[in-house]
Each structure stands twice: as structure tokens, then as C-alpha cells.
Design a protein around this ligand. Structure first.
Ligand code: NAD
Length: 408
């Protein structure tokens, strides 16, 4: 009998052996990648835990599928089920252009308060990369998911809203702007910055990582991005005390060598981070940043190791977590069994880690690595590699499963 995941009064997650997990297959290539992903994840759990554990996947509706059934793209029932089950996997969802339809992804993150977008970036040879040494990229981006310019508070140029706000700015805040300006707000709060940085630091300690870099543009936006940086340092020391070390202290008292069990907290200006991750990627480990910086850097890093088709992602809150492929619905190849399923499968590995089933998550990551190195790849990679055999999405998922069973 399957059960729902519970959370104890002290915040500990209690995961039964047969947890109910919600899944949204997704639009476009969702139907191509999901069956293979599910097969690989089920095989990993069965093999690693010798049939003692099993996921009960419960489908929930969202996107075009849902619209066809009930005229709603994101029914309340879907959000309620995810909230009740606490963990979900999600394929890509299309956002129709125009017509004022808000991104379903943003709605899901907002509604469930999934405040941390976590994107591990790691290289899998022989995936083609524009870098000379892509193997030096091994980072995890923690992007604040609920604030910043993504709060969606803006007014169109010459609208009644922008005129009213302009009037307030002129008359009360000594701030003069051209009449035609569109205006937007960039809210960044201490509470939400701190919970994100705490999560990033927790991850660093739990996964034996060495540095947490606060990526910000506080030299220009002193109170918003500068605030994020200041509150980030505060959160690190409030929660982890003298286990955290600043760079200054590292060099003054430890000769630049990080003592066992410690994590270095430091900050870097956003534009410098973009240069550094290309020129000296080995110096970056965990990156914690506000929403917009995180959006840019996570996709840029994914490109450095071969693209979005293989980059996994998770959106995590206090009581709920949704694991998702980071690419979109790829309408140009949907239904053709050509998509690369790795992003979805590796997001599933993150989900297994989150359940506390790391051995199964590791088995999936290793199997993906072996499968990619084995010479058979999906068309997106085959087009950029020589000496490989092009295989379909379903065939490649099967190869990953076979590699997993052989390695278990
Ligand atoms: P996209 O990621 O769907 O496609 C960009 C390019 O990458 C296309 O050429 C596509 O074929 C290719 N691609 C993407 N994933 C691939 C995979 N797994 N294997 C092989 N090739 C892959 O981005 P887009 O075209 O800008 O967006 C299409 C739709 O997806 C839009 O409606 C957009 O709103 C939505 N979208 C959803 C998400 C999400 O649900 N998380 C993210 C981004 C875009």
C-alpha cells in the first residue's frame, strides 16, 4: 500500500517505502521523455533497494492536456495534490505567447512557495562543449525563486499606473524620470534572501562542498542586490556559526587552506562571475543568487557543459519540492522520439536524493554517465559528435536502464 510523505513537527521528512509521487508529463516532448525517465527511475529504486522500495506515480493534469480535459491549464486540484504528496516530477509546460496567460511554471513555484531553484551543473563526456576543459565545471546554482523583477510588478509606458507612480516619485522622492518610462519594481527582502542562502549553505555542508559564492550586482543596486549579499553573510553565520569562514579569515588564519568540516562564504559581482566561470571554473562550487542573476547564470553554465537537454533542476520549498527538466517543450521535435531524456532523468536522480535515497540517485547519475560515454546518443548530441551512433529517445532511455542494471 502506498502512502503520502509526511513532515514531522521538527521539520524532518518521513518518506515511506512506497511513497505517492505526483507527476505532470508535460507538453511537447514531455510525452517522449517521461516514459523512459520513469522506467529508469523505477529500475534504479528496484535494483538499489532490492524491491523493498517502490514509487507510486500519480498523474496530475497541467498544460495542454489539462486544457483539453477541463478548460484549465493549471487546475486547483493539481496544486492541492502536489501539496499533499510533497514531491512531484514535472515535464516542460508550454506558455502560449500573448493573450495574457501567465507562465504555469511561475504559478506552480509561487503557489507552492518553492523558493529555491537548484541547478547542478556537471560535465558528462563526450557531450560537446564550447569549453576546453568542461570537466572543471562542477557547480550548483541556488537561485532565489520568488522575488526580484520576477515578482511581476510593473507598469507599461505611459499607462495610468506608470503616471501615478511617476507623480509619487517626483513629488515625494525627488526622483525625476522621462514621462514615457515603463516602470518596474525589484523587491528583495532579508527574509527571503536569508532562507535561500541558508539552503545553499546547508547543501554545501551536507555534500562536502567547499565554497558558497554570493553572486550579486550590489555595486550598482546597493539596497536590493547589495542587501542580498549582506543578508547572505548574516544568514551563513547565524545558522552555521564558526563552521563558516570568510575569505579574509581563510587567508589571515588558515593560510588559504580550508579546514576540515568548514565552508568558505564569499561574494562576487555578477559580471565577474560570468567571466570567471569560463576562465577558472574550478574556483566555483555553490553559487547563491537573486532570481534574475540565477536565471542567466544557470542557463549559461548549462551551455558550458553541453546544453539544456542534459541539465537537471529542482524547485524546493519548506514543505514541497518539484523536480523538472530545465528545457522547454521543444515543439520542433515533439512526438518524433528524438529528444534527449537526460535532463528529466537527472532531475529524477535529484528527486531520489531528496527522498533520502541517494544510493539510487547515484546509480542513475553513473548510468547516465556510462550511457553517454558508450557511443550511442540522441540526435541533438549526435549532430555535434563524430564516431557515435544516433539513437532514439526511447532507445537511449533503454540503454541507460541496461547500464544501470549492469552496474547495480
Ligand atoms: P525549448 O527548450 O523548448 O527549445 C529550444 C531548442 O532546444 C529547440 O531547438 C529544441 O528542439 C531544443 N531542445 C530542448 N529540449 C531538448 C531536449 N530534451 N532534447 C533535444 N533538444 C531539445 O525552448 P523554447 O523553444 O524557447 O520554448 C518552447 C516552449 O517551452 C514555450 O512554450 C516555453 O514557454 C516553454 N518552456 C517551458 C519550460 C518549462 O516548462 N520549464 C522552460 C522553457 C520553456
Amino acid at each position: 500500500m502506498s502512502e503520502q510523505i509526511a513532515i514531522d513537527t521538527d521539520g524532518t521528512w518521513v518518506v515511506p517505502d512506497n511513497p505517492k509521487i505526483a507527476f505532470i508529463q508535460g507538453d511537447g516532448i514531455g510525452a517522449d521523455i517521461w516514459p523512459g525517465a520513469r522506467m529508469v527511475l523505477d529500475a534504479a529504486v528496484a535494483a538499489v533497494f532490492r524491491q523493498q522500495k517502490k514509487i507510486d506515480w500519480v498523474p496530475v493534469l497541467a498544460g495542454e492536456d489539462s486544457f483539453r480535459h477541463n478548460g484549465q491549464r493549471l487546475p486547483a486540484e493539481t496544486l492541492e495534490t502536489i501539496q499533499a504528496f510533497k514531491v512531484a516530477m514535472k515535464g516542460p509546460l508550454a506558455t502560449p505567447v500573448g493573450g495574457g496567460i501567465r507562465s504555469l511554471n511561475v504559478q506552480i513555484r509561487r503557489h507552492l512557495d518553492l523558493y529555491a531553484c537548484i541547478r547542478p551543473v556537471q560535465y558528462y563526456p563526450p557531450v560537446p562543449s564550447p569549453m576546453t576543459h568542461p570537466e572543471k565545471v562542477d557547480m550548483v546554482v541556488f537561485r532565489e525563486n520568488t522575488e526580484d523583477v520576477y515578482a511581476g510588478i510593473e507598469w507599461e509606458s505611459c499607462s495610468s499606473g506608470s503616471r501615478q507612480l511617476m507623480h509619487l516619485l517626483r513629488t515625494h522622492l525627488d526622483c525625476d524620470l522621462p514621462d514615457s518610462c515603463a516602470l518596474g519594481l525589484k523587491p528583495i527582502s532579508p527574509e527571503k534572501s536569508k532562507r535561500l542562502v541558508k539552503k545553499a549553505c546547508e547543501y554545501a555542508f551536507e555534500n562536502n562542498r567547499k565554497t558558497v559564492t554570493l553572486m550579486h550586482k550590489g555595486n550598482i543596486m546597493k539596497f536590493t542586490e547589495g542587501g542580498f549579499c549582506r543578508w547572505g553573510y548574516e544568514a551563513a553565520f547565524e545558522h552555521f556559526g564558526d563552521k563558516m569562514i570568510t575569505e579574509k579569515k581563510l587567508y589571515e588564519t588558515h593560510e588559504g587552506i580550508i579546514p576540515e568540516g568548514h565552508v568558505v562564504i564569499r561574494d562576487r559581482i555578477a559580471d565577474m562571475v560570468f567571466a570567471d566561470v569560463l576562465l577558472k571554473p574550478e574556483q566555483y562550487d555553490i553559487i547563491a543568487c537573486p532570481n534574475l542573476n540565477g536565471d542567466y547564470i544557470s542557463d549559461a553554465l548549462a551551455a558550458q557543459v553541453g546544453g539544456l537537454g542534459i541539465a537537471p533542476g529542482a524547485n524546493i520549498g519548506q514543505t514541497c519540492a518539484v523536480f523538472e527538466a530545465t528545457h522547454g517543450t521543444a515543439p520542433d521535435i515533439a512526438g518524433k522520439d528524438m529528444a534527449n531524456p537526460c535532463s528529466m532523468i537527472l532531475s529524477g536522480a535529484m528527486m531520489l536524493d531528496h527522498l533520502g535515497w541517494q544510493a539510487a540517485g547515484d546509480a542513475v547519475r553513473q548510468a547516465v554517465g556510462r550511457a553517454l560515454a558508450g557511443g550511442c546518443v540522441t540526435p541533438d548530441l549526435a549532430a555535434r559528435l563524430s564516431g557515435v551512433e544516433e539513437v532514439s529517445c526511447s532507445r537511449f532511455s533503454e540503454i541507460i536502464k541496461q547500464s544501470l542494471l549492469a552496474g547495480a
